[in-house]
Design a protein around this ligand. Structure first.
Ligand code: MN
Length: 257
């Protein structure tokens, strides 16, 4: 009965604003910055398109609705294990087969915004995570781990957001040993790779190691500056796309007011 009482408390806390819902989602539309792959890899995800079907006009007098053209890995989105070759054989590794319990979990938010501002290629290491844990408490099994970079401040400018030059994109992220450390702790998931991750060992260590361990990736979360280091609950549920490798999400975080 104690559990039911605490869930009632949660309901009341939501209704009275003692728990706030923070939207960590970027607006999804034609201006959403999309990852550019190296030129030797042919297939980029196409730009998002929003096409009106009708808008209170001749073709539908009372209603408005659109159809969308959108890649699974667009904007604020979820990476399922089948996104990567290392996770391709998990029977519960696509958006329609992952247990829904795995979409809701406590969030650890590691603030790297100062480092990212000073160095766009900043990498968070296992040592950096351990230092954060020494200050804020240990990261537990089954929890989300988010790296706050405040990169979302660049959202309005795709070139600034992707920050690419002739050597490729320059965006902050984790080192391979950082992700391996988190996998050893059996965390639920992590934000995405650094811009220079293609040259690491293994290439794209967050994608490689997360999905090898049947864990999940999150990309392009925003507003992490509004979250406490610990104590928030992240709800990150992909659309239930058949055999989906990922999906845009509405990333909602419950935060004590
Ligand atoms: Mn992705």
């Amino acid at each position: 009965m104690k559990d039911i009482a605490s869930l009632e408390d949660l309901g009341q806390a939501l209704l009275t604003g003692r728990i706030r819902v923070v939207d960590c989602t970027a607006t999804l539309g034609p201006r959403t910055p999309l990852l550019k792959l190296p030129p030797e890899i042919a297939d980029d995800t196409p730009p998002i398109e929003i096409h009106p079907i009708s808008k209170y006009g001749d073709r539908g007098p009372f209603w408005a609705w659109n159809w969308l053209k959108v890649g699974e890995h667009s904007g604020t989105h979820f990476d399922a294990p089948h996104h990567w070759i290392t996770g391709k054989d998990y029977p519960d590794g696509s958006t329609d087969t992952i247990a829904p319990q795995n979409f809701v979990a406590p969030a650890n938010v590691i603030d790297c915004s100062a480092q990212a501002a000073a160095d766009p290629d900043f990498l968070l290491t296992a040592e950096g995570v351990k230092a954060w844990e020494a200050e804020h408490g240990e990261i537990g099994e089954g929890e989300w781990v988010l790296m706050r970079t405040d990169w979302c401040k660049r959202n309005g400018d795709a070139a600034l957001y992707l920050n690419a030059d002739e050597t490729g994109p320059h965006t902050p992220g984790p080192s391979a040993d950082c992700i391996q450390y988190l996998m050893d702790k059996k965390v639920l998931g992590w934000g995405t790779d650094a811009g220079i991750a293609g040259g690491m060992t293994p290439p794209y260590p967050a994608h490689n190691l997360l999905h090898a361990n049947n864990r999940y990736g999150l990309a392009s979360l925003v507003n992490l500056s509004e979250l406490p280091p610990k104590g928030a609950i992240l709800i990150a549920a992909p659309l239930k796309i058949e055999n989906g490798t990922g999906s845009p999400i509405r990333a909602l975080v419950l935060v004590p007011a």
